[in-house]
Design a protein around this ligand. Structure first.
Ligand SMILES: Nc1ncnc2c1ncn2[C@@H]1O[C@H](COP(=O)(O)OP(=O)(O)OP(=O)(O)O)[C@@H](O)[C@H]1O
Length: 679
């Protein structure tokens, strides 16, 4: 493995082992402006009351209470909250200085300011020429340390408007692209740092560059009233002669767009879609942080451009500081934002506690759940605890909250296989979205077979994933290409009875020309030469049997839930070289033996296939095709096209149709129309 690949491997390795303790959530009550302090009544009570850990005594957490809180709740929990009169210098020395120190020890960091409009985010992060903000203070220290250690410092400045990234150091440059390279590492293509280094020699030079660029964009902001997020990336690099690889660490400062409560906006008549877009980066960020805190294997970095840009600073042992800025006077958006953040804070706590208490059993449970094809894991069970409350609290706005996906248990179950293939480091299923549709949009037979093939390719990706986990040589190889598969094939040595099973799959001649079928053939090759672990062969058998059962008048077998949990060291099952036998049908359950049971099983598979193809259609059809569907007119079709620009596959389950304003009843009606049209 060359050095660059080794470095990439380390990045990917660190992506996997996140430490929940690395996320710190703090608050800051904005100081008063001159005008506010002049008009302030001496007798007026403070709106926000803070009880920091030292005052709390027994508690390690800070509690924030609001004077005008309508509901009697026990305050909002944060790690710490800085009061109105506390200066930014104090936040710097307590929160940022340690991050700068760690930056030079090889740890990335992200400082993200969020909160309502006018809550002091820009003032705290960027500051002004007279009163430098946290980023400027950090730069001062970074330059001094870089001089000491002989490292070079460069910066990138960007602005995110909706999902478009703009290079502030070179505003004429076309939109920046955020892409994965062949190793699954994020590349920000076109951003000044990536093209030309922008070295920083002095703090004045930096301050001029930073404040002037961001301020010029602020002027635009007033004109367009679009949500802008501003980001500063400070890169520290050094040439390691021995490794001949330029090592770089970075600290990010992000000033998020002002948070706007969706409920308030819908009451005021603002389109929920617009508000949703404004808050999208925040929701996506919180989802990522929740997933990292929960030690999830799949972290939804792809939900927004911001999380993609920050990906290598959020993952692993890197530090994240969420700074919640609060308005000193009543502000509904401040209340909503702290509510949102503190809920994540308690999630973080729940998950950290549960992870600490049962680290080993959790791992075992996760492994066995994967082997058994179930999605039960320690983190999932922990997630249930908060997922429920999240759903409850956001019930009214669930249509608008795209970021809710991570907390939606129903979706979690429905998208079990999809989640496997969506691991950030893995490639997605290779089926082109409109492949099946190009022939016949809702061909049941093809649809069903396609789903199974897709299941098969997802499964291949998971194997690659698990191989790279278990084999240190292959660690980080999660974004396997065909070449990577070939390497895996060579390294593996034994398998039993799988070639024939896979031959059966190819005999069915399902989409032999499609990329997904190629993926299956690769799997076959992989298993033939590979170190196929017994539970995997059991899974292949299951897929094969599913295919057979769909192509024959009478199903050969019906998979019983218990069967999946076959122990992996069962030699009787796996050590034979015979053709895999169709598992005997367990007739203890009358349900699966009766014609009714068999019919039910087949129809549920067909139903899933139709849904799958329908979603594929929505994710790939052109506007005119979309408009041909019941319930989709010009407006919805346009919105779907826009959604696709932000995310290539916005519809992952039927529930996602609620994002375009369809009710559950309408969705059901649409599906009835589709299924009814077949007969
Ligand atoms: N600690 C402080 N002391 C005095 N004035 C402050 C303080 N923090 C912020 N301000 C003032 O409050 C106003 C709003 O601050 P700022 O622009 O930083 O808010 P913001 O959250 O970035 O707003 P937006 O979401 O619109 O970008 C500014 O005029 C700023 O000078």
């Amino acid at each position: 493995m060359d050095l660059e690949a080794a470095a990439t491997s380390n990045v990917l390795k660190s992506n996997r082992c996140s430490n929940p303790g690395n996320v710190r959530i703090i608050g800051k009550i904005r100081g008063l402006t001159h005008r506010e302090s002049e008009s302030l009544n001496q007798d007026s009570k403070p709106w926000i009351i803070v009880k920091n850990p030292e005052e709390n005594g027994s508690s390690q957490k800070c509690k924030v209470y609001f004077e005008t809180q309508s509901t009697k709740r026990d305050g909002y929990e944060l790690d710490y909250c800085y009061e109105q009169l506390e200066e930014i210098d104090r936040i710097y020395s307590r929160e940022i200085q340690p991050l700068v120190r760690e930056l030079f020890e090889g740890r990335n960091a992200s400082v993200i300011a969020l909160g309502a409009k006018g809550s002091g985010k820009t003032f705290t992060i960027q500051g002004s020429q007279e009163k430098p903000g946290l980023a400027v203070m950090a730069m001062f220290d970074i330059l001094a340390k870089a001089k000491e250690t002989g490292k070079s410092v460069s910066i990138s400045l960007y602005e995110l408007t909706q999902e478009n990234v703009k290079d502030l150091l070179n505003p004429d440059h076309p939109a920046i692209k955020v892409l994965d390279d062949a190793h699954g590492k994020v590349n920000i293509i076109g951003l000044s740092k990536a093209r030309i280094m922008v070295p920083v020699n002095s703090i004045t030079e930096f301050q001029n560059m930073y404040i002037s660029q961001v301020c010029s964009q602020n002027t635009q902001k007033v004109v367009t009233d679009q949500s802008h997020q501003k980001g500063l990336m400070v890169h520290i690099s050094s040439d390691d002669c021995k490794m001949k690889v330029k090592l770089a660490n970075k600290i990010n400062f992000v000033d998020l767009a002002g948070y706007e409560d969706l409920r308030k906006n819908s009451r005021q008549g603002t389109a929920p879609v617009d508000s949703n877009r404004k808050n999208k980066s925040l929701y996506a960020l919180l989802n990522v942080i929740s997933a990292i805190s929960a030690n999830e294997t799949r972290v939804p970095y792809r939900e927004s451009k911001l999380t993609r840009i920050l990906q290598d600073s959020l993952c692993g042992g890197n530090r994240v500081l969420l700074l919640t800025c609060l308005n000193p006077f009543f502000c509904q958006d401040s209340l909503s934002s702290i509510n949102l953040i503190s809920r994540r804070q308690s999630i973080k706590q729940v998950l950290t506690d549960s992870t600490n208490r049962s680290q080993t059993p959790a791992k075992v449970k996760k492994l066995s759940s994967f082997q058994s094809g179930k999605t039960i894991s320690a983190s999932v069970s922990a997630k249930k605890t908060f997922g429920h409350s999240q759903l409850h609290c956001a019930a009214k706005d669930s249509r608008n909250l795209k970021g809710r996906k991570l907390f939606d248990e129903r979706k979690k179950v429905n998208s079990q296989l999809r989640c496997q293939s969506e691991d950030t480091s893995c490639h997605k299923s290779k089926i082109p979205p409109n492949h099946a549709l190009a022939v016949a949009p809702f061909s049941l037979e093809e649809a069903t077979q396609d789903t199974l093939i897709s299941e098969c390719s997802s499964f291949v990706e998971h194997i690659i994933d698990s191989n790279s986990n278990s084999d240190p040589k292959l660690e980080g190889n999660t974004s396997a290409t065909t070449d990577d598969l070939a390497i895996l094939m060579k390294t593996d040595s034994k398998v039993s009875g799988l070639e024939e099973t896979l031959d059966n799959i190819s005999d069915l001649k399902v989409h032999t020309q499609s990329e997904s079928a190629i993926a299956c053939n690769e799997t076959k090759y992989l298993y033939t030469k590979g170190d196929g672990s017994p539970p995997l062969s059991e899974r292949i058998r299951e897929i094969c049997n599913n295919l057979k059962s769909l192509c024959e008048p009478t199903p050969l077998s019906i998979k019983m839930p218990d069967e999946i949990a076959t122990p992996c060291n069962n030699e009787e099952n796996y050590n034979d070289n015979q053709e895999p036998k169709t598992p005997a049908m367990d007739c203890t359950s009358a349900r699966y033996c009766t014609p009714q049971g068999i019919f039910d099983s087949c129809s549920s598979k067909l139903k899933n296939s139709i849904v799958h193809e329908y979603l594929n259609f929505l994710n790939s059809a052109n506007k005119e095709e979309l408009k041909s569907l019941k319930g989709i007119g010009e407006k919805r079709a346009t919105y779907i096209m826009e959604m696709r620009e932000e995310s290539p596959e916005p519809f992952k389950s039927l529930d996602d149709l609620q994002d375009i304003g369809l009710s559950a009843k309408q969705i059901k009606g649409m599906m009835k129309q589709v299924a009814g049209g077949l007969f």
